[in-house]
Design a protein around this ligand. Structure first.
Ligand SMILES: Cc1cc2nc3c(=O)[nH]c(=O)nc-3n(C[C@H](O)[C@H](O)[C@H](O)COP(=O)(O)O)c2cc1C
Ligand code: SF4
Length: 440
């Protein structure tokens, strides 16, 4: 892990134990300070004080929407007569995103400690971690870490003699991108089809088993031990006023050193590329926040900063923090072809605009990418996206519409060329047409 940049220490709120040998074990993690919060620091505070601490830190959800975590917790009613659940979203299926799995693999105790803090603040007795089913090594690490915690009295009845009791269960999903959407996740957890629910009611009020539920991303909850140890204001030493703190970014694509980096929010995008070894080739564009984030051209990348408002200002979003820069050797038509195939495949089929529209758009773009366009495909794909954007139960269709509309608007000349040339002609001199390779 790179720990310094331009002579300054980079934050290690989340990645502090990533490089330790056996940092995933309780013995090593505890030697490094894990679970130091499970004493007066946590148990002498009221639930109200803890929630206000999270509010003051400015921590925002790292699963994609960036909603303030303290605010979400304030919405969870305590006097409904039902239990309050905490559900951790470890589905992580957005193409290009691979940061939560690193926490599960390298430092599962950070997540568990964060869950105990969140559980105590919200009055939770039972918590779940919903993990994408294919993440077998990470699930094994998580289960081993949970066993260690039960054996050491860090979970279960009367944790550390505090009077607070909490159990954590790991639930394996079956591997569907849509199960990362919080209400589809809850349906899947309850044993139903993993299909999103209509909102409202929001999970905070009626979530798991129709009871109040905080659904939070792995990385969000993993920030809590540091915040409780050092204070809300210390967390604000990094980032911007509205996007405080640090974040894990997973960067792939045309940089020399792809991987996961913890950086302060607000870092200029091009500086982040330099941190990741620099661009390989000349920058053409970048998907800045997971595959659903509108693509940026090189000029916009030059202006962008890596925080919620900075990416919004250039017309995109921070999303899950998956950054995919690509160089002039790549073919935007093929990139969009890959993305639309993915979304069409992952539609859960409940809403007609999504079920039919994403598939139709994918077929049109496949035709175009194959050099078999007849002339109308570019505008047809754009119009389809424009029509299914924001018309559905969940944002999956919109997550398909944004790349379609932004790729066509920003790289229209490449799409026009696709009408005139075969893929072979277009690729003359190109490195490869498959990007991002993971879902070709
Ligand atoms: C299609 C879709 C997929 C999603 N996938 C994930 C995911 O894999 N992990 C995640 O934490 N949030 C994902 N989200 C966002 C969740 O619905 C939810 O906002 C998040 O888990 C809340 O946690 P946070 O407030 O800590 O970010 C997804 C949303 C949508 C619409
Ligand atoms: S938008 Fe698509 S994925 Fe979401 S509920 Fe409708 S059909 Fe399912």
């Amino acid at each position: 892990m790179i720990t310094q940049w331009k002579g300054q220490d980079l934050p290690r709120v989340l990645s502090g134990r990533f490089d330790l040998d056996d940092g995933h074990t309780l013995a090593v993690a505890q030697k490094d300070g894990a679970y130091a919060t499970l004493g007066p620091k946590l148990f002498d505070q009221s639930q109200f004080e803890l929630i206000e601490m999270v509010m003051d830190s400015g921590l925002r959800g790292r699963g994609g929407a960036g909603f303030p975590t303290g605010m979400k917790w304030r919405f969870v009613p305590r006097s409904s007569g039902k239990p309050v659940y905490l559900v951790i979203n470890a589905d992580e299926s957005e193409p290009g995103t691979f940061k939560d799995r690193l926490i599960l693999e390298r430092d599962p105790h950070l997540l568990i400690e964060g869950m105990i803090i969140a559980g105590y603040a919200l009055g939770v007795r039972t918590a779940y971690i919903y993990v994408r089913g294919e993440m077998l090594p990470q699930i094994a690490r998580l289960n081993a870490a949970l066993r260690e915690c039960y054996d050491a009295g860090l979970l279960g009845e009367n944790i550390q003699g505090s009077g607070f009791s909490m159990d954590i269960y790991v639930h394996r999903g079956a591997g569907a991108y849509i199960c990362g959407e919080e209400t589809a996740l809850l349906n899947s957890l309850e044993g139903y089809k993993g299909q999103p629910r209509l909102k409202p009611p929001f999970p905070a009020v009626s979530g798991a088993f129709a009871a109040p539920t905080a659904v939070n991303n792995v990385e969000t909850i993993a920030a809590l031990p540091w915040i409780l140890n050092h204070g809300a204001q210390a967390y604000r030493q990094w980032g911007t006023d509205r996007s405080p703190g640090s974040k894990l970014f997973s960067i792939s694509g045309d940089v020399a050193k792809p991987g996961v980096y913890e950086i302060p929010l607000g870092m200029p995008m091009l500086e982040f590329f330099d941190l990741a070894g620099g661009m390989v080739g000349d920058l053409l564009g970048c998907i800045p926040g997971g595959s659903s984030a509108p693509v940026l051209n090189a000029e916009e990348c030059d202006k962008a900063t890596m925080d919620y408002e900075g990416l919004q200002a250039v017309g995109s979003m921070l999303g899950s923090g998956a950054v995919m820069p690509f160089n002039t050797q790549r073919d935007p038509v093929q990139i969009l072809n890959c993305l639309t195939r993915f979304y069409a495949h992952e539609s859960c089929g409940q809403c007609t605009p999504c079920r039919e529209g994403t598939g139709y758009a994918a077929r049109v773009l496949k035709q175009l990418a194959a050099g078999k366009g007849r002339g109308e495909e570019i505008d047809l794909a754009y119009d389809l996206a424009d029509n299914f954007e924001w018309t559905t139960i969940c944002p999956l269709a919109t997550a398909d519409a944004w790349p379609i509309k932004s790729f066509i608007s920003k790289f229209r000349d490449h799409f026009e060329r696709a009408l005139q040339h075969t893929p072979e002609q277009r690729q003359e001199g190109l490195l490869t047409a498959s990007f991002p390779g993971a879902f070709m």
